[in-house]
Write a protein that binds this ligand. Structure first.
Ligand SMILES: C[S@@+](CC[C@H](N)C(=O)[O-])C[C@H]1O[C@@H](n2cnc3c(N)ncnc32)[C@H](O)[C@@H]1O
Length: 218
C-alpha cells in the first residue's frame, strides 16, 4: 500500500514540474504519434480514449484525422497544458485516474496509452490495462506505445542502462517482464508489434477479445 501511495505522490510531483517543458522534451518522438494515429482508419470518426494522455500529443494526432477523442490523465498540470493547446472541438481532457476509468463498459472504439505503462507498479499496470479493455468495445482496438530493447547485445546493454538513468524504478521490472503475456491475460490479442525509434520503443496494436475468446485463451 505504501508503494502505491508513493507512486501516486511521485507521479503528481514529477509531472507538475515537467508539464511546462514536456512538449519540448518529446519533440524527437512526435513522428510516433502520427504512426500510431495512422493505424486507425480515418474518416470513420471513431470514439477514442487516450489514457495517461499527458499534454495530449497523441489525442491531437487522432483528432486531426477526424476522430472524437477523450484524453485523461492523473496530473492536473499536464491536463492544463493539453487544455491550453486545444483549439478543436474534437478533443476533451479530463483529470481521471486510469485505474478507475469513469466510463461505461464498451464505450470506445479505440483506447490508447503511450509511454506510461513502464512507469507504473505492476498492480497498477494490470488495473490500467483491465480498465482499458473494459471500456473498449469487443473487437475494438487497443494501441500501446512503450519501451522495448533492441535485438543486438550491445544495443540492449546501452539502451537498458541509458534509459534506466532517467526512468522510474519500475522501468527495470517492466523491460524484463513478459509484456505480450500480460496483454494476453488482460484479454488483448496482439495484431501488430512494430519497433520504432531505432528499436527502443514499440507500437502494439491489439484487439479486444470477446468474453468467450478470453476464457479460451486462459
Ligand atoms: C511519460 S508521460 C506520457 C504522456 C503521454 N502519453 C505521452 O506519450 O507523451 C506519463 C503520463 O502518465 C500519467 N499517469 C501516470 N499514472 C497515471 C494514472 N494512474 N492515471 C492516469 N494517468 C497517469 C502521468 O501523469 C503522465 O502524464
Amino acid at each position: 500500500m505504501d508503494e502505491i501511495n508513493t507512486y501516486y505522490k511521485v507521479v503528481e510531483r514529477a509531472f507538475e514540474k515537467l508539464a511546462p517543458y514536456y512538449d519540448a522534451i518529446c519533440l524527437p518522438i512526435s513522428g510516433v504519434r502520427e504512426q500510431v494515429a495512422d493505424l486507425i482508419a480515418s474518416g470513420e470518426g471513431s470514439r477514442i480514449l487516450d489514457v495517461a494522455t499527458g499534454t495530449g500529443a497523441q489525442a491531437f494526432a487522432f483528432a486531426k484525422r477526424g476522430h472524437n477523442v477523450v484524453g485523461i490523465d492523473l496530473s492536473e498540470a499536464m491536463i492544463q497544458v493539453a487544455r491550453n493547446k486545444n483549439k478543436t472541438g474534437k478533443v476533451g481532457f479530463e483529470v481521471v485516474d486510469a485505474t478507475h476509468l469513469v466510463f461505461p463498459n464498451d464505450s470506445f472504439d479505440v483506447s490508447s496509452i503511450s509511454f506510461a505503462l513502464h512507469d507504473m507498479p505492476l498492480v497498477i499496470r494490470e488495473k490500467v490495462l483491465s480498465e482499458m479493455v473494459r471500456v473498449t468495445k469487443s473487437g475494438g482496438t487497443i494501441l500501446i506505445v512503450d519501451y522495448r530493447l533492441p535485438k543486438n547485445h550491445l544495443g540492449r546493454w546501452l539502451v537498458y542502462h541509458l534509459i534506466g538513468l532517467y526512468e522510474s524504478t519500475y522501468y527495470t521490472e517492466f523491460i524484463a517482464s513478459d509484456f505480450p503475456g500480460l496483454l494476453g491475460k488482460a484479454g488483448v490479442q496482439i495484431a501488430l508489434d512494430h519497433p520504432v525509434l531505432l528499436g527502443v520503443a514499440r507500437i502494439i496494436k491489439g484487439l479486444k477479445l470477446g468474453k468467450i475468446a478470453t476464457e479460451a485463451a486462459q
